[in-house]
Design a protein around this ligand. Structure first.
Ligand SMILES: [Zn+2]
Ligand SMILES: [Zn+2]
Length: 117
């Protein structure tokens, strides 16, 4: 995680850093590090900034989930429309097969020939 350039603590140049601030990326030693459930930070200011940032990310995630749900609803509407169209076509096909209706029966036989039914 730590690279050669930033291996000493920002507050103690002679002490090796043990962690890197998750907010600003500065290396800190064990005495300077501020630990939180979200990770290690160089200062309380950085920890607060990161917490505010991750809260925003969570809110964005929630918005994205809601948007995805909307797409799902639209898809369902589209599929119910598709099923409606298929039912209408089958009904027309049955009518066109059973009764000799000009134009309709002609088309029904063309489609039946296409699909081999
Ligand atoms: Zn920091
Ligand atoms: Zn330090």
């Amino acid at each position: 995680m730590l690279d050669g350039r930033l291996s000493s603590c920002i507050n103690h140049p002679s002490v090796s850093a043990t962690a890197r601030c998750k907010q600003c990326g500065k290396p800190v030693c064990g005495a300077c590090v501020i630990s939180s459930p979200l990770g290690s930070f160089c200062s309380d200011a950085c920890r607060e900034r990161f917490e505010a940032f991750s809260k925003r990310v969570q809110e964005l995630d929630r918005d994205t989930t809601r948007a995805r749900w909307n797409i799902g609803t639209k898809l369902r509407q589209f599929f119910s429309f598709l099923i409606f169209v298929i039912v209408v076509l089958i009904t027309l096909g049955v009518i066109g097969t059973l009764f000799d209706i000009p134009v309709l029966s002609q088309w029904v036989f063309v489609f039946r020939a296409w699909f081999g039914i």
